[in-house]
Design a protein. Structure first.
Length: 293
């Protein structure tokens, strides 16, 4: 295409009759600036910051000083490029820990999350909450807000710790459910629980004592009121079944059913020399009231 149209430039023309250097000048500044030699540039070859020998990239600064200028408005020539700025410190007066969240150290930040206040007058080394749950009757270790993990979760979910509701305890040997201790039934004893694999320990103890499974209308009562005291001496069998009708025939049939169910057990457990009120054969044939004296 020939030489560049600029006087004194012997470079090959590439665009608009100019060499690439003059074309780039015109493209960026609108003027080819023919009086300035191509080898001359306004920007220095090295960074304008004193003592920095890095190549200038923009506005006379090297890349690092230019980024400082963008962030801070000042290239900070008095600070070395390899020097890192000091970490921010916790804004709580007297705390010399490094700030990590919201201008606080991690300890004060966690205190603010749990209590809503950093409480600067209380040192971080001091235990902030009691070691035992503050709910009356609970001896578990505290987790947050002076509560154990279970009571704190109840407070978070329901707005109340529900202190009157027992905590379900899992120990591997059983669990506490509604105040009763539930245990796993081994396979050799499941004929006493109608095949159930988990049952209240008080019902299992009573079933073992009687040698049979309990009826659905039978309940086991704790004499001393302690639902976890499942010694056989503390248990007694109660019956909740009642006849639906109030007629005499219904009452008599109900009485016969009670005799047929429990009389054999009473005869076996009655002391020697003491006879039951009615015999098994009489109960099976029908109830006959005793003759008056």
């Amino acid at each position: 295409m020939g030489s560049c149209a600029v006087d004194g430039c012997e470079r090959q023309a590439t665009t608009r009759g100019w060499c690439n250097a003059h074309y780039q000048r015109w493209h960026h500044t609108g003027d080819i600036r023919a009086d300035i030699p191509i080898s001359h540039t306004k920007e220095p070859k090295t960074c304008s910051v004193e003592g920095c020998d890095r190549r200038a990239q923009c506005r006379g600064f090297c890349n690092s000083h230019y980024k400082r200028w963008l962030r801070l408005g000042d290239p900070q020539a008095d600070r070395s490029l390899t020097e890192r700025p000091p970490p921010p410190m916790c804004s709580v007066e007297g705390c010399d820990e490094i700030a990590t969240e919201r201008g606080w150290c991690h300890g004060h930040y966690l205190r603010w999350c749990r209590l809503g206040d950093v409480q600067p007058d209380i040192p971080l080394g001091r235990r902030r909450q009691p070691g035992i749950c503050t709910v009356e009757g609970c001896n578990r270790d505290t987790n947050a807000r002076g509560l154990c993990r279970t009571h704190h979760q109840r407070l978070f979910t329901f707005g109340d710790v529900r202190a009157d509701l027992p905590i379900r305890v899992v120990t591997g040997e059983g669990s506490l459910s509604h105040g009763y201790w539930k245990v796993a039934v081994p396979p050799e004893l499941r004929h006493l629980t109608n095949g159930e694999t988990q049952i209240g320990e008080h019902r299992l103890v009573m079933a073992q004592h009687l040698g049979r499974a309990l009826y659905p209308d039978e309940v086991v009562h704790h004499k001393n009121g302690n639902r976890t005291d499942n010694r056989i001496e503390n248990l007694e069998l109660w019956l909740t079944y009642q006849p639906k009708g109030q007629r005499v025939e219904d009452k008599l049939e109900y009485a016969r059913e009670i005799f047929r169910r429990y009389l054999p057990e009473q005869e076996r457990s009655a002391p020697s020399g003491r006879r039951p009120l009615i015999s098994v054969s009489a109960a099976r044939s029908g109830f006959e009231p005793p003759s008056p004296p």
